[in-house]
Design a protein around this ligand. Structure first.
Ligand SMILES: [Zn+2]
Length: 248
């Protein structure tokens, strides 16, 4: 065994000891910061142990990092990746990957001065057909009035061999997605859709709605529990829907 192997074994051992001690002390681990701390409560109905005090990451960001590591970062092949409405904490993760041509887009790119961000509407993407290997879109669909146009655009710019990885809240207790064009005020949207700027509340039929444009694979469901599920039927059983498109 070389000195290099001994050092590796020692650092693995130290990491495991640190994990045991920090877990016993009730601390949380942030993979973005690679450190242990006490996460802060976060949310309209505050969830405990939710937000990293250093980088601001939430449960879904840390969950998504795992998904990206497994599905995207496991390959060193060159690829082009579109990220709509990029989450600030996720941007450096993609930028650091030398094999990824990272293209973030947003309606207000000035909010992202730390990365070249393209001004674009997800219902009218300024890109060629079949020009991306990956498309990442998190918590966007529930804000878009013309859902069909948005999905058609994502499908258009995605290569036939590419994959789109989408997440958005779904109430799995509801058979059907609820949306009503008459519901316009922030107060009503909060009441019926769970957030002032949401335009629908997805139900079980979310998968079928996506299947109009993609082969859909639901990767995983629950990734956090709300502290009081009875507070709102919209927030009850909210899960993360992951959509995967693979070559037909
Ligand atoms: Zn962090």
């Amino acid at each position: 065994m070389t000195w290099f192997h001994v050092q590796n074994k020692m650092s693995d051992f130290i990491r495991k000891i640190k994990r045991v001690i920090n877990t016993a002390l009730g601390r949380d681990y942030c993979p973005f910061c690679d450190c242990w701390s006490s996460f802060r409560p976060f949310g309209l109905v505050p969830r405990g142990h939710a937000q990293c005090p250093y980088c601001g990451s939430l449960e879904r960001h840390r969950f998504l990092l795992n998904v990206y590591q497994k599905h995207i970062f496991s390959s060193s092949a060159s690829c082009r990746l579109l990220h709509t409405a990029p989450e600030e904490v996720l941007v450096p993760v993609f930028v650091q990957k030398e094999n990824i041509e990272y293209v973030p887009v947003d309606l207000m790119p000035e909010l992202f001065p730390f990365v070249p961000c393209v001004r674009a509407d997800v219902t009218e993407l300024p890109f060629e057909d079949a020009s991306f290997d990956w498309i990442i879109s998190n918590h966007v669909l529930e804000h878009i009035e013309d859902e069909e146009k948005c999905l058609a655009e994502i499908s258009r710019v995605l290569k036939p061999s590419g994959s789109a990885l989408l997440t958005f809240p779904v109430n799995w207790e509801a058979e059907e997605t609820f949306e009503d064009p008459a519901i316009q005020s922030p107060e009503e949207r909060l009441k019926f859709y769970g957030q002032e700027d949401h335009v629908r509340a997805y139900g079980k039929d979310a998968v079928k709605r996506l299947e109009r444009f993609f082969d859909v694979k639901l990767l995983t469901g629950r990734y956090f529990k709300w502290p009081n599920p009875l507070k709102s039927i919209i927030y009850d059983a909210i899960k993360c829907l992951n959509l995967f498109r693979r070559e037909r």
